[in-house]
Each structure stands twice: as structure tokens, then as C-alpha cells.
Design a protein around this ligand. Structure first.
Ligand code: NAI
Ligand code: OAA
Length: 329
């Protein structure tokens, strides 16, 4: 058996927490040979429910689950973390945009970034799920002194999965036939699901789906508004699909990407595609054979795409400016 890895999860008693813990403990993400320690972080009011979740984890008798710690203390929670899932935060309600949560949730990520820097393992990687996730990741990254910027990610995989599912349904193919789907920008209503470079069974989507009005209109809007549609239908924001996308993200980050394909995750911009350096922006990413990731270069950006990418990046600049007090100079 390998040495256990340590996975810290904030908001562990919440909806997404409940949908993710058991699958991580079962080996779905890190593999069936990889034992895991879970360090579960909640705020005081979440502790009773978290206690129940821990009891249920015990009752699963998972062969790969080595140790479970439940705590409200950030340093204890992030101690030795190889991976940190930052989920804990308030979800939006019907009628809100995700950015409306910035004032409520943004400050959570200063203390968490600092505690990660103090207490996590030197190889820690951090996936921010709590909304607005790009800017929360920006806050955590800038407060985690000494942790390299390339360890911070914000989740746009749910948007990618939604976009693939919409394209597959329209074309009458299986989800897995859709590749090269990049979500550009912010996990918000300005995000740009790039159909111009996506493929279905290796052919450009635009050749398979010739209804350009649908691609430029209804398709983009459906993906941008899917989170709100779920809230309206369910009375609560996406949880199982969000947990699933978080696990997909980490699996993509730790396993080499199939040749020629890419996936979506928001990373710290290095200036690629003319996007301002330092912002946390979703773009086409691939994982190399050595386990490191890179921005896929040379993806064509036509005038339609440029306009959409600029709009979503501009929104990220506005969000950054709105939280400048949370970002050390
Ligand atoms: N990036 C994405 O694609 C998605 C992001 N989300 C976001 O994920 C977040 C969590 O969603 P749910 O699990 O549905 O919410 P929830 O309300 O069911 O659970 C959140 C949990 O976080 C805990 N929490 C709050 N502040 C905390 C803190 N400072 N430290 C530790 N724990 C804390 C709460 O006690 C609660 O148990 C929300 O911000 C939601 O908007 C949801 C779906 C998709
Ligand atoms: O829409 C929300 O507030 C939750 C979320 O991020 C999503 O479902 O994509």
C-alpha cells in the first residue's frame, strides 16, 4: 500500500461536501491503490452535522480511508494537505448573480490562504469551488505567501460538462464524443463556452451542428444560465454535479491529458491569449506526462471568441478591483 495522501475539504457538512466525501474516500479520485486522510473543515454551526457525516464515513468502512479529522481550526484542517478543496461558503439564491456573494464569501479566503501557506504540505494544490470561485481563488492565492501561483485552481469543469452535454444532445451523440471544449473566463453568466474549437468525434462541432444561430445564441446562454436554472428547479444550487465536476477537475490535473485534447479549469494567467497576468481565468489546459499542467497554446480565437473572452476577463478585473482590500499589496 502507498503512503496516504491528505485531502482537506472546507464546507464538508454542506451539500457538495456530502456528495464528494464518500466518493473521494472510495478511491474514485486518487485511485484504488491510494489511501487517503480526510481533514474536514467547518464553521461552528456546521459541526453537529459534520459529526453525523463522520459517523457515516465510519459506517462505510472504506478500505482506503486512513484517518478522518473534523475541525473548525484552519491550521489543524490544512495540516499536511496535499490537496485542498475550498468549498465552504454561502451559495446564491434565486435572483442573485454569483458575484453578489463576493462581499459575504471573499473574506473567508484570506484566512484560508494564510493557513494553507502555514500548514499544508509543500506540494499542496488548491481547488476553489465556493463562489464566486475565480475571485475567491485569487484571494486565497494572494494570501498564501510562499505557495506558487500555479497550485491554485477555480472550478469551471461543471460548465464544461454542461456544455458537452448540450452539444451531444443537439448532435444526437454521446457526451464522450465531444472533446476540446474550453470554457473561457469567469464561472459566471459571462463565461464563454467555446464551440468554435470543440469537436464531435474529431470533427469541428460547427460542421456537425450547422445551426450557427443556436450555437451562438441558445447554446451559450443555456450553459451560462444553467446554475440559475438548477436553483430555480431544485430550490438549491447544484451539488451532486458540482461535486462530480470537482472530482473530474482533480482527475484531469493528476492524469496526463489524452493527446490533442484539453480541459477547462481556471488558473493564474501567465498572459497567454492576451489575458492579463495574475487573474484567475479559465482557459484550455492540459496535463503533461510529468504531471505538471500547461496552457494549450495556439487555439484559434476568432473575432466572435475575442469579444466574448474580453467581456468575461473584464468582469474578472472588476471583481478583482472590488476585493482589492483582501489582496495584500
Ligand atoms: N464552481 C462551481 O461550479 C460551483 C460552486 N458552487 C458553490 O459552492 C459553495 C458551496 O455550495 P453548497 O455545498 O451547495 O453550500 P451549502 O450551504 O450546502 O454548504 C456550505 C457549507 O460550508 C460551510 N461553511 C461556510 N463558511 C465556511 C467557512 N468559512 N469555513 C468552512 N466551512 C464553511 C457551511 O457551514 C456549510 O456547511 C457555494 O458557494 C456555491 O455557490 C456550487 C456549485 C457549483
Ligand atoms: O449557480 C450557482 O450559484 C451554483 C453554481 O456555481 C453552478 O451551479 O454552476
Amino acid at each position: 500500500m502507498k503512503e496516504p495522501i491528505t485531502v482537506s475539504i472546507t464546507g464538508a457538512a454542506g451539500q457538495i461536501g456530502y456528495a464528494i466525501l464518500f466518493r473521494i474516500a472510495s478511491g474514485f479520485v486518487f485511485g484504488e491503490e491510494q489511501p487517503v486522510n480526510l481533514r474536514l473543515i467547518e464553521i461552528e454551526p456546521g459541526l453537529p452535522a459534520l459529526k453525523g457525516v463522520v459517523m457515516e464515513l465510519e459506517d462505510c468502512a472504506f478500505p482506503l480511508l486512513n484517518e478522518v479529522v473534523a475541525t473548525t481550526d484552519l491550521d489543524e484542517g490544512f495540516k499536511g494537505a496535499n490537496w485542498a478543496f475550498l468549498i465552504g461558503s454561502v451559495p446564491r439564491k434565486a435572483g442573485m448573480e454569483r458575484a453578489d456573494l463576493l462581499g459575504i464569501n471573499g473574506k473567508i479566503f484570506t484566512g484560508q490562504g494564510q493557513a494553507i501557506a502555514r500548514s499544508a504540505s509543500k506540494d499542496v494544490r488548491v481547488l476553489v469551488v465556493g463562489n464566486p470561485c475565480n475571485t475567491n481563488a485569487l484571494i486565497a492565492m494572494n494570501n498564501a505567501e510562499g505557495v506558487p501561483n500555479d497550485r491554485f485552481f477555480a472550478m469551471t469543469r461543471l460548465d464544461e460538462n454542461r456544455a458537452k452535454s448540450q452539444l451531444a444532445a443537439k448532435a444526437g451523440v454521446h457526451n464522450s464524443d465531444v472533446t476540446n471544449l474550453c470554457i473561457w473566463g469567469n464561472h459566471s453568466a459571462t463565461q464563454y463556452p467555446d464551440f468554435t474549437n470543440a469537436k464531435i468525434k474529431g470533427r469541428p462541432v460547427t460542421e456537425v451542428i450547422t445551426d450557427r444561430d443556436w450555437l451562438e445564441g441558445e447554446f451559450i446562454k443555456t450553459v451560462q444560465q444553467r446554475g440559475a436554472a438548477i436553483i430555480n428547479a431544485r430550490g438549491a444550487s447544484s451539488a451532486a454535479s458540482a461535486a462530480n465536476a470537482a472530482m473530474d477537475t482533480v482527475k484531469s490535473l493528476i492524469n496526463p491529458t489524452p493527446e490533442g485534447d484539453w480541459y477547462s479549469v481556471a488558473v493564474c494567467s501567465d498572459g497567454s491569449y492576451g489575458i492579463e497576468k495574475g487573474l484567475i481565468v479559465s482557459m484550455p489546459i492540459r496535463t503533461k506526462d510529468d504531471g505538471s499542467w500547461e496552457v494549450v497554446q495556439g487555439v484559434p480565437v476568432n473575432d466572435f471568441s475575442r469579444e466574448k473572452i474580453d467581456a468575461t476577463v473584464n468582469e474578472l478585473k472588476e471583481e478583482r478591483d472590488a476585493v482589492k482590500d483582501l489582496i495584500p499589496a
